[in-house]
Design a protein around this ligand. Structure first.
Ligand SMILES: [Zn+2]
Length: 72
């Protein structure tokens, strides 16, 4: 399958660690299996993997937002 983002290359299945940044904090989502574009680095995440990635992003956001609450 050609990359839908740039159309320049075939996507290749791979498993990589993703990093996600939120409000200056970064988390690593380990071993995400997806189809990656060698030309532009676009990734198409598998459905079940994308659920896990989104859950990890939400967990980080929640953790950061709760730690930003000023103690009174
Ligand atoms: Zn591409």
């Amino acid at each position: 399958m050609k990359c839908p983002e740039c159309g320049a290359a075939e996507l290749g299945r791979d498993t990589r660690d993703h990093t996600y940044s939120y409000k200056g904090q970064t988390t690593t989502i380990a071993a995400v299996t997806a189809d990656y574009c060698p030309a532009c680095n676009e990734s198409l995440t598998m459905l079940e993997e994308s659920d896990r990635v989104i859950a990890a992003m939400r967990a980080l956001a929640k953790q950061i937002n709760s730690s930003l609450v000023d103690p009174v």
